[in-house]
Structures are given as structure tokens and as C-alpha cells.
Write a protein that binds this ligand. Structure first.
Ligand code: SAM
Length: 276
């Protein structure tokens, strides 16, 4: 029997290749090409428009780092919004914080939610929790309609192509600032420094013009291009690098620790340079 390999092309001459056991589902949704595959090495994986979104084996890194860095930075996060994130992984992590009373998820594509529940149950399993409000819609519009509402907003979006283009604009970050309370915090995945340095530079520049405290932090995610992933955090009041020791409560994680919270902001020089 012939082997099946799947390549996510990052540039015209570089990609990440995965051996596939079988395709579980494939569909052109209203917004993107969705593929759910079973792989030898990383378990079930979700691809959108040919790009890796998440895998059962390494998903914990991304989801923990999106959620816990801002949630431990804020002294009392009660109302949290996730833009994108239809696989449910960030929501699962948010619910580990006892202060959170409500978590709203706004993903543009209901099919991502549907098939994540079916094939990635340990990631999507908390989407039906009573504290969670799942909305299918455009996160850009949701932000435009919100004011002074959220303690923390997390943008867990696809790359800036297709439906996510607007989520990487200065107008969107300004909307996020309005949607946050006066001491709110925002975080967004901002891709990798090896192949998309300009994206990081632009996001950092735009966010810095809106949020008085802006930083970049990194995590190691093997299925994402280059393995080194960045997150941009913008805060109105609380500094993610000055979290009081007594704010870190016990939490069940596999990647995030309070030591790593600080270490994630220590950047290699070439990455640091992208934040200037
Ligand atoms: N962790 C992944 C990564 O870094 O590549 C992304 C996870 S995936 C769940 C991202 C989600 O963003 C997709 O489900 C997609 O439907 C959603 N999305 C894209 N554009 C959006 C928009 N304008 N509003 C809301 N959700 C959007």
C-alpha cells in the first residue's frame, strides 16, 4: 500500500510534511478548506486552507500559552472573549481559572466547531460548559459592537488570509481596546519569526500605538512552521512581566508554569529586534 504524506507549504521552497494514516473529513466550508486527518506522529490534526491549526499531541502548548499568560497577569479576570478558537482549546484552558464567570467564543466558521467536537473531543470538550457562550460570527464585527465589556480578549485566529485578514489590522486592535474594560488585556497569536518577521513587526508596531504595555512572548510548537511561535500581548494597566508571586495559583498544565511565564518573554536577539 502506498504511503500518504501531507505537506504544509510555508514558502515556495519549504514545508512541513506529516505521514497521514487516513483522512477523517474534508470539506470546503463557506469560509475555508477544512481537513481533519489522522497522523502517525501527532494524532488527529485540523488543517484550514492547507495550514496546520492544531494537533492532539502538541495542542497543549499553544492553548496554555494563549490563555494563562494574560489570565495570570490580570488580578481578577471574570469576563473573557476568544475570537476564533473554534477548536475549543483556549476555552478549555480559560475555564481552569476559578475567577472566570463567563467565556464567550466567536468563530466565523461553525464547521470548525462541529468537526472539532467530533474528532478532537479532548480539545473541544469544554465548549458545552455552562460558563461558555459559543457564537458563530465574524469576530471583527463582534468587537466593533462591544464596549467596555471584557477583562481579557484572546485572538486565536488563522493566519492573515481569507476571513482573518481584518483581524490583523490597527482598526481591529483599536476596537479591542474599546471592547476591553479600563484595565483589560489582549493577546493574539502573531505567527513565527523565521518566515513572517514582517507580520510580527507590523503587529507589534500597531499594538504598541494602542496599548501602553506591549510585549512579545514565544513558545515551542513542533507542528507550526519553524517550531517557534510568537504571541503579542497588549495591556492597559497590568504588566505581564511584573505579576506578583501570590497571583499564581495551582493549575493543571503540561507546558505553562509560573517560571515559564517569565521565561517566555526572554527573546533571542533576532526576535527581540522585531519588537523595536
Ligand atoms: N491555533 C491556530 C493557529 O495559530 O494556526 C488557529 C486555530 S483555528 C481554531 C482559528 C480559527 O479562527 C478558525 O476556526 C477560523 O474559522 C477562525 N477565524 C478566522 N477568521 C475569523 C474571523 N474573522 N472571526 C472569527 N473567527 C475567525
Amino acid at each position: 500500500m502506498s504511503e500518504l504524506w501531507y505537506t504544509e507549504k510555508q514558502t515556495d521552497s519549504f514545508g512541513i510534511t506529516m505521514k497521514i494514516k487516513r483522512t477523517l473529513h474534508t470539506e470546503q466550508t463557506e469560509f475555508q478548506h477544512l481537513e481533519m486527518v489522522e497522523t502517525e506522529e501527532f494524532g488527529n490534526m485540523l488543517y484550514l486552507d492547507g495550514m496546520v491549526m492544531t494537533s492532539q499531541k502538541d495542542e497543549f502548548v499553544y492553548h496554555e500559552m494563549v490563555a494563562h499568560v494574560p489570565l495570570f497577569t490580570h488580578p481578577n479576570p471574570e469576563n473573557v472573549l476568544v475570537v476564533g478558537g473554534g477548536d475549543g482549546g483556549v476555552i478549555r484552558e480559560i475555564l481552569k481559572h476559578p475567577s472566570v464567570k463567563k467565556a464567550t467564543l466567536v468563530d466565523i466558521d461553525g464547521k470548525v466547531i462541529e468537526y472539532s467536537k467530533k474528532y478532537l473531543p479532548e480539545i473541544a470538550g469544554k465548549l458545552d460548559d455552562p460558563r461558555v457562550d459559543v457564537k458563530v460570527g465574524d469576530g471583527f464585527l463582534h468587537i466593533a459592537e462591544s464596549e467596555n465589556e471584557y477583562d481579557v480578549i484572546m485572538v486565536d485566529s488563522t493566519e492573515p488570509v481569507g476571513p482573518a485578514v481584518n483581524l490583523f489590522t490597527k482598526g481591529f486592535y483599536a476596537g479591542i481596546s474599546r471592547a476591553l474594560k479600563e484595565d483589560g488585556i489582549f493577546v493574539a497569536q502573531s505567527d513565527n519569526p523565521w518566515f513572517t518577521p514582517d507580520l510580527i513587526r507590523n503587529v507589534q508596531r500597531d499594538v504598541r500605538e494602542i496599548f501602553p504595555i506591549t510585549n512579545l512572548y514565544i513558545a515551542n510548537i513542533p507542528t507550526y512552521p519553524s517550531g517557534m511561535w510568537t504571541f503579542t500581548i497588549g495591556s492597559k494597566k497590568y504588566n505581564p512581566l511584573e505579576v506578583p508571586e501570590d497571583r499564581f495559583h495551582e493549575i493543571d498544565t503540561k507546558y505553562y508554569t509560573k517560571e515559564l511565564h517569565k521565561a517566555a518573554f526572554v527573546l533571542p536577539k533576532f526576535v527581540q529586534d522585531l519588537t523595536k
